[in-house]
Ligand binder design. Structure first.
Ligand SMILES: [Zn+2]
Length: 340
């Protein structure tokens, strides 16, 4: 899952340090250079930087309008560059920028049968079946992402291990390559070809995805394992895989309406659940994971279409493969199963 979110404490920290820098008579260019560095170190965008410049009173209104635009453009370019470098360096380096990567509630994990416990109290998952509000399919350079309208026509998940209603915001996938499987969660050491993630946020408690994503009970993500079946293509997923050749390059998008996310769930309702995190930076520990036991079967051609997306690296397009984070330590967490 990929999200960039700014916390209130981060804004306070950077505004305070900018004000201090001004009081100690450092030049504006030095202060801006330092704040750019601060933003990039944390993966924040140039829009965020513009907000903190305004809040800190660093520049006059005149400078904001004449020079601000240039800074935004430069920031955007640098952010894109950093994003590519970020992928290049891979998950093992994330800890340098995101110390939470080594924390005790990280995802994915190995769902070992020796570590899982049947919990008779776990309710079946419940989905509002009016949900057909998919809007835009895009290639964000990390995966394909199908966004849903979670304001006017929300698709709501509740039940299972969840307390309250969770609105579907987006779905995306992680995959490997010709030679390697690419699911993020694994089962007793065994990986599947790919893994679909359906990302929901807690609308009973929070007012938006952005607000929920940093909270310990903010998100619920359903993970569905994907395997290549002998012959059948998956009909509902075909609505996505048929359009992937039209969004081959990072940054491209196409409208897709009428996909029913319920039809991307396996027929068995059995699942594992545990408390974890986003699996891409900023790795917030805000996810109640629900990983379905039964995989979905897709055709070889469908997997090939998924593995034919490209991302930008140093100005060149490269195949987007192996976009899965390896399993993280369970660190004493309990994995509950809805089945024996
Ligand atoms: Zn994901």
């Amino acid at each position: 899952m990929e999200l960039t979110v700014v916390s209130q404490s981060d804004i306070r920290t950077v505004v305070t340090s900018l004000r201090q820098a001004l009081f100690t008579s450092q030049s504006e260019s030095t202060v801006l250079a330092v704040s750019y560095h601060w933003c990039f170190k944390r993966g924040y965008s140039s829009a965020f930087l513009a907000v903190i410049i305004l809040l800190s009173g660093l520049t006059t209104v005149n400078t904001m309008f004449t020079g601000g635009l240039r800074f935004l453009r430069l920031g955007h370019r640098l952010c894109s560059f950093k994003h590519a470098r970020f992928l290049l360096r891979g998950p093992h380096t994330w800890v340098h920028q995101f110390p939470i990567a080594q924390s005790s509630r990280q995802s994915p994990v190995d769902l070992r049968s020796s570590e899982t416990h049947f919990d008779a109290k776990l309710q079946p998952l419940n989905y509002d079946d009016k949900a057909t509000s998919s809007r835009m399919l895009n290639n964000n350079g990390l995966s394909f992402k199908l966004s849903f309208d979670d304001s006017s026509d929300p698709c709501v998940l509740n039940g299972g291990p969840l307390d309250g209603d969770f609105r579907l915001n987006q779905l995306h996938m992680h995959w490997g390559c010709d030679k390697l499987p690419g699911s993020e969660h694994i089962v007793d050491g065994n990986a599947y070809a790919a893994e679909l993630h359906m990302v929901h946020w807690n609308s009973s408690k929070y007012s938006s995805m952005q607000q929920a994503v940093t909270q310990p009970d903010g998100l619920a993500v359903i993970g569905v394992f994907i395997q290549v079946g002998k012959e059948h293509e998956h009909k509902e997923l075909k609505k996505i895989t048929d359009l992937l050749p039209k969004i081959t390059n990072e940054g491209s998008k196409i409208e897709l309406s009428g996909l029913n996310p319920l039809l991307l769930l396996p027929s068995s309702t059995a699942y594992w659940t545990y408390l974890g995190s986003l699996t891409t930076p900023p790795l917030h520990e805000s996810v109640t994971w629900i990983v379905m036991k039964e995989p979905l079967s897709i055709s070889k051609q469908q997997l090939k279409a998924i593995q034919s997306l490209y991302f930008l690296r140093s100005g060149k397009y490269e195949r987007l493969l192996n976009n899965n984070r390896p399993p993280q330590p369970l660190a004493g967490r309990k994995i509950r199963a809805s089945f024996k």
